[in-house]
Design a protein around this ligand. Structure first.
Ligand code: PEP
Ligand code: MG
Length: 863
């Protein structure tokens, strides 16, 4: 790392300032200096010299404001305030002073031509990668280079090397004050992009945010290309996919911290991230997934890739994707067009802000994330600069915007990474939004017939958000991938969707009847009566089963021989609470509170907590709610909490452990929880508890806060069993807890040492692994010693093959997604408890999760 002190000299001059060559040797243009930190201008504008003599002299009169401890670099401040960095050789800091003899000290007043450093050329040349030295204007924001010496030999103290001048409008006093006593650092780091998809939009946006917190300019370099961290579009254009090794470079007072923060963002995986790697079948394989000529495909059938499962029958409707067509030439002045563009962008930004908030409120984290990225793209400097350039050439705002976007789409489409190329759809989306905001209209508002199977080249997220979802029965796309944002939204909306069907899709005439079977990846056009009939039957059979289950879902569930099982719902929002009640959940078994406040700039106050929970309790109409305290950290992030990077966040300050560093957050939440009425409607659940001492400490705090609130009635406190230690110590925990709730998602991750977000391990990270089942059995036994009940709120509770075994192990509450409640209740009613017990004991002795699944399926077949 190089360090250069900046000066705080105070003097004024608008004159040209001449800097003489500080070294003798051939002039090297800055771009040719063999170090990207210098050649990229990150230390400021300047020039290089390949020295022929071992003497560095002052290029002008000035003060030595910094002398590197290792004697290889010095910074001078001229009387006018120009800060000149003189750096001998490349990576010479590594020589640790060997071969350098400084002739000045920090604070020495020098005259042009005075010797600053003598160095042993041969020694330095032998050990450093290059002797090429740099003369850079460290405060290039305040001074610009007007002239530089042409190629040829420069003579130390004689040749005019650079002429600089103060930039217009820059207050030098202010610039100097701002930079006074600051330290300019340079830092670089090579990282490997391990996360699925590599440098895609979400991590790029997060890295940009992370870098903003620091005073440093950061660049990402890959494969001979570079992009400023502020330009997500530029970062995507690097095409750095999974496994790519990229270099991070930063210059500024906080360079190292900035590089570390960016590295952290680019190397970690965030659960629920919208751009998941396609499971096993990458989007790039979309074309390959279509049958080749050798493969038999039924007549009138096209193949695609499943983006959202389901069966649908309907009429093909071409989603008129006619381009919005702004005129090329501006009708007003460039300034007026620029203002129009700014206004349109501001409008779209505020619309998107509302969309993000709404989606967050609904707990639609994926959707919120998609549009949050669109907001970032909207202010991307690469796009804005390109559009403004075109406007200054007399183009209209709309035309300039469209061209700027299309140029970037061109770049992304050339990237050999399907995941990144898919992000072109996001750019198309903001293209349309801004053009609409500029007053250009399209068919977005058109009325659809019933049972419309919408066809398009590729849908954009905003196409889908403006659709009448009640009339759309399926979506089919010529392009796109299973990971495109439109695919994610289709899955969330429960609309079957096929992508990557190819151009043949466009040949199907509008209005043709089609059958979509997304599960098998087939689109049948002009199907026979029989095909239609079969598809309708399958669709209606699935709908009938759902309907029959719903009819009995409001009644309590018990096994056929009478063992009562409470079927509760996992919720995250007020809408979910309504859905839970509607689907017949007996209670709420888990409210994930972190999702209620995910996209907020500040932590919620105690009263905001209270209001949110009160609204949910009211919507539950008498049902109880188990409300979990904030479980942030690891794979769950909230905007208002920027936790310091952790090397291993899943094993770090997550769940209740966060209270060790931010006790105020837990206190405010507990105050809000304790204030909800009626008393008794709420039970508190503590995530990531490790042992009884931790539980006792938090219970004590809950009691104190309850007393402060004047509450005398006890509040029930439960513990999540997510960590193997908690399962093993369940008897101790049950002594102090009112109930235990097993979080099988985390318990599986920590028992099997398999990251729950690692797609390559998704099939193996199965909660039916006998090791996990044994910990569940130990939990129930431990709880039974103190007469406490045990529930399961992890995904295993809603797994039809796992659920009978959980019942057999003694679990009496299953908390599942609201829509799964009717089906799980129906299945509970078919069970025989003694048989469940027997099969559960057998399962504990099996040797793999697959064996357990097979045994369960044999006893309790799926529908
Ligand atoms: C779990 O870990 O199983 C659980 C329910 O908690 P979450 O999925 O929110 O981590
Ligand atoms: Mg968990």
């Amino acid at each position: 790392m190089r360090r250069v002190e900046k000066s705080s000299l105070m003097s004024h001059s608008e004159a040209h300032i001449v800097l003489l060559a500080p070294l003798t040797g051939p002039v090297v243009p800055l771009a040719n200096v063999p170090d990207p930190v210098f050649s990229g201008g990150m230390f400021g504008d300047g020039i290089g010299i390949d020295p022929l003599e071992g003497r560095l002299v002052a290029p002008c009169d000035g003060v030595v404001t910094h002398l590197a401890r290792t004697g290889h670099a010095v910074t001078l401040a001229s009387a006018e305030g120009v800060e000149i960095l003189l750096h001998i050789g490349i990576d010479t800091v590594e020589l640790n002073g060997k071969g350098f003899a400084p002739m000045v000290e920090q604070g020495t007043q020098v005259h042009a031509g005075d010797v600053l450093i003598e160095f042993d050329q041969d020694q330095v040349a032998l050990t450093a990668p290059s002797l090429v030295s740099v003369i850079a204007i460290a405060n290039s924001d305040a001074f610009e280079v007007l002239e530089r010496a042409p190629a040829g030999l420069a003579r130390a103290g004689e040749t005019r090397l650079l002429v600089v001048r103060a930039r217009d409008g820059v207050s030098h006093d202010a610039a100097r004050e701002a930079s006074a006593a600051q330290v300019v650092e340079e830092a670089r780091r090579q990282i490997t992009l391990t996360q699925p998809g590599g440098l895609h939009a979400r991590p790029a946006a997060r890295a940009r945010e992370a870098a903003r917190a620091f005073d440093a300019r950061v660049e990402v370099r890959y494969d001979g290309r570079k992009a400023a961290i502020g330009s997500v579009v530029g970062l995507l254009g690097l095409g750095a996919g999974e496994g790519a090794s990229v270099e991070l470079l930063a210059v500024g007072p906080q360079a190292q911290a900035a590089v570390d923060a960016v590295a952290h963002e680019l190397t970690r995986e965030v659960h629920g991230e919208v751009e998941q790697k396609p499971a096993r079948q990458p989007a790039a394989a979309a074309a390959a997934a279509r049958p080749t000529s050798g493969e038999a495909l039924a007549p009138n059938t096209l193949a695609g890739v499943c983006a959202a499962p389901g069966v649908a029958v309907g009429k093909l409707v071409r989603w008129d994707d006619a381009d919005l067509d702004p005129p090329e030439q501006a009708s007003g002045t460039s300034a007026a067009e620029s203002r129009l563009l700014d206004k349109a962008i501001a409008l779209v930004d505020s619309d998107l802000d509302t969309v993000v908030r709404d989606a967050s409120q609904r707990g639609a984290v994926g959707e919120a994330g998609i549009f949050a990225v669109h907001r970032v793209l909207l202010e991307d400097p690469t796009l804005l600069d390109a559009a403004r350039d075109l406007i200054s050439l007399g183009k209209s705002a709309g035309f300039a915007w469209r061209e700027a976007i299309r140029a970037q789409i061109g770049v992304l489409s050339n990237v050999e990474d399907a995941l990144l190329a898919e992000r072109a759809a996001d750019l198309r989306d903001i293209e349309k939004r801004v053009l609409r905001a500029l007053g250009y209209t399209s068919s977005a508002a058109r009325v659809l017939p019933d049972e419309a199977v919408l066809a398009a080249e590729e849908f954009t997220p905003s196409d889908l958000s403006s659709l009448d979802r009640t009339r759309v029965t399926a979506l089919v796309m010529a392009r796109g991938g299973a990971t495109s944002h439109a695919a994610i939204l289709a899955r969330q909306a429960g609309i079957p969707a096929l992508v990557a069907i190819g151009d043949a899709l466009h040949a199907i005439p509008e209005g043709t009847q089609v059958v979509v079977n997304a599960g098998t990846g087939r689109l049948e056009f002009a199907p026979t009566e029989l095909d239609v009939e079969r598809a309708r039957r399958e669709r209606s059979r699935l709908a009938d089963v759902r309907e029959a289950n719903r009819r009995t879902s409001q009644q309590a569930a018990a096994t056929a021989d009478g063992r009562a099982i409470e079927v509760a719902a996992n919720i995250a929002t007020l809408d979910d609470a309504k859905a839970a009640a509607d689907n017949g959940a007996d209670s709420v078994g888990l409210l994930r509170t972190e999702l209620l406040f995910i996209h907020r700039p500040a932590a919620p106050s105690a009263d905001e907590h209270r209001q949110s929970y009160q609204a949910i309790v009211d919507a539950l109409a008498g049902r109880t709610a188990i409300i979990r305290t904030l479980d942030v950290g690891a794979d769950k992030e909230v905007d208002y909490l920027t936790l310091p990077p952790e090397p291993n966040p899943a094993l770090g300050l997550r769940g209740v452990r966060l209270a060790q560093v931010r006790p105020d957050l837990l206190d405010d939440q507990l105050r809000g929880l304790l204030a909800v009425r009626p008393l008794g409607a709420v039970r508190i659940l503590l995530p990531m508890i490790t042992d009884a001492a931790e539980l006792v400490r938090i219970r004590k705090r809950i009691d104190e806060l309850a007393r402060e609130a004047g509450r005398t009635e006890p509040v029930e406190v439960g513990v999540m069993i997510e960590v193997p230690s908690a399962a093993l110590l369940a008897d101790q925990l049950a002594q102090y807890a009112d109930f235990l709730s097993i979080g099988t998602n985390d318990l599986t991750q920590y028992t099997l040492a398999m990251d729950r977000c690692q797609p390559d391990l998704a099939a193996q990270a199965d909660g039916l692994h006998p090791a996990v089942l044994r910990l569940i059995a130990a939990t129930v036994e431990g709880a039974a010693k103190h007469g406490k009940w045990v529930g399961v709120c992890g995904a295993l509770a809603g797994d039809p093959l796992a659920m009978p075994l959980l019942v057999g192990l003694g679990v009496t509450e299953l908390s599942v997604d609201p829509v799964s409640v009717p089906g799980i209740k129906a299945r509970v009613r078919t069970l025989d408890y003694p048989l469940c017990r027997q099969r559960a004991q057998d399962a504990l002795a099996l040797d793999s999760a697959q064996a357990v699944r097979a045994a369960s399926r044999a006893t309790w077949p799926l529908d």
